[in-house]
Design a protein around this ligand. Structure first.
Ligand code: FE2
Ligand code: FE2
Length: 150
């Protein structure tokens, strides 16, 4: 078993993510998980020393990628729900919106070079993703399967 999040590689993350029944969505989840692993790795490195300008630039670059890809993923997932009339769409959309609002707050901490973002965000991305995918996204698996998606 893994003792630290940074021990996780993308294939290992794949084993921890539940199959939500739609291949394209599973692929997007895996990519998000690999970003979370990468992020934890950088944050871990930064915890051992004062972050340099180049550390911050890596964080900036990765965080922008995370924001863009989270938005892409949520848009695709929500569109699928709307197209197929998923009954829990409003609740699910609300969870997505709240997470994006949290990410925006973290981004402003990063922009201000506030070290406190580390404590919160070091595991936030990973914990949120795993919980959301395995608990919330997993709920639509049967629904989309019944619609013939795979
Ligand atoms: Fe998702
Ligand atoms: Fe979702």
């Amino acid at each position: 078993m893994f003792t630290r999040k940074t021990d996780l590689t993308a294939p290992a993350a794949h084993c921890l993510l539940k199959d939500v029944g739609v291949n394209d969505i599973n692929r997007q989840h895996l990519r998000l998980a690999s970003y979370a692993v990468e992020f934890n790795r950088i944050v871990d490195e930064m915890s051992a020393r004062e972050p340099t300008n180049s550390d911050w630039r890596r964080i900036d670059a990765l965080f922008s990628r995370v924001m863009r890809y989270v938005e892409t993923h949520f848009r695709d997932e929500e569109k699928l729900m709307q197209v197929h009339g998923y009954p829990d769409y409003p609740t699910h959309k609300n969870l997505h919106d709240r997470f994006v609002a949290d990410l925006v707050k973290v981004q402003s901490q990063i922009n201000n070079r506030e070290m406190r973002f580390k404590k919160k965000f070091g595991s936030m991305l990973w914990d949120w993703l795993i919980h959301h995918i395995n608990e919330e996204d997993y709920k639509y698996r049967e629904f989309f399967r019944d619609k013939g998606l795979k």
